[in-house]
Design a protein around this ligand. Structure first.
Ligand SMILES: [Zn+2]
Length: 233
């Protein structure tokens, strides 16, 4: 096997390592939770919080209403007990009862408004619950596939890195360094195939002499992009 062959095979391994690492990164990112799942959960949280807030507001108002009603009731009891004979006190009690009832009816209106808002919030919460449940089911199915893919990728990467080490060990140090520097500059492809007389790295024509030398097994470079020529099928 010529050195160009060795480098070409090393490059195939490197390119696959790059692809698998990239895919593994994507898989790990997605496993943190896809945007649609995060959104569905956040929407449900918001809907639940909104409904809870309204419920708390209603409870507070109901307590206030109870207090007012019970105050009004005890004033009424006192007014009609027969114990109050003073006209001024009677008038004061009547006035107080009216004022308490007025405040109570104002609060009742607020409670009614809240009930309408709560109905809407309840409907939104139900919808958000359905959406979140569907997203969760979908995610459970997809994440199982992703977990399996993650495992496969890890195993494959492990083998590739091992192979890379073996392949690199048969190339001399200077060539390996040259290959690595060239690969870094040329987007990962230091060694390039030819299509008839065209360099597939840069799509320029390679001189007949260069092709001839490359076919003779010499390390030859594309005159345009500087990549090492791999003139085999
Ligand atoms: Zn080229």
């Amino acid at each position: 096997m010529t050195q160009v062959h060795q480098l070409y095979q090393l490059q195939e391994t490197d390119l696959e390592i790059r692809d698998k690492k990239q895919r593994l990164g994507e898989v790990l990112q997605t496993l943190k939770g896809p945007p649609w799942l995060i959104k569905a959960k956040a929407d449900l949280d918001t809907a639940v919080t909104t409904l809870n807030t309204l419920q708390n507001q209603r409870n507070t108002l109901n307590l206030e209403l109870q207090t007012l009603r019970s105050k009004a009731k005890s004033s009424e009891t006192r007014l009609y007990s027969g114990k109050v004979v003073n006209t001024k006190e009677m008038a004061d009690l009547q006035h107080e009862i009216e004022s308490l009832n007025q405040r109570a009816s104002g609060i009742e209106d607020q409670v009614l408004e809240l009930m309408l808002l709560m109905e809407e919030a309840e409907a939104e919460k139900n919808e958000a619950t359905t959406t979140a449940a569907a997203a969760e089911t979908r995610w459970q199915k997809e994440s199982v596939e992703l977990e399996a893919e993650k495992t496969e990728l890890a195993i494959r990467l492990n083998r590739l890195l091992q192979r890379r080490q073996e392949q690199a060990s048969v190339v001399d140090a200077a060539s390996l360094k040259e290959y690595e520097q060239l690969a870094k500059k040329k987007g990962g492809t230091a060694v390039t195939r030819l299509r008839v007389d065209m360099c597939l790295g840069c799509r320029m024509t390679v001189s007949a002499n260069n092709i001839k030398e490359a076919r003779e097994g010499k390390k030859t470079y594309c005159g345009s992009c500087g990549r090492i020529l791999y003139p085999y099928d």
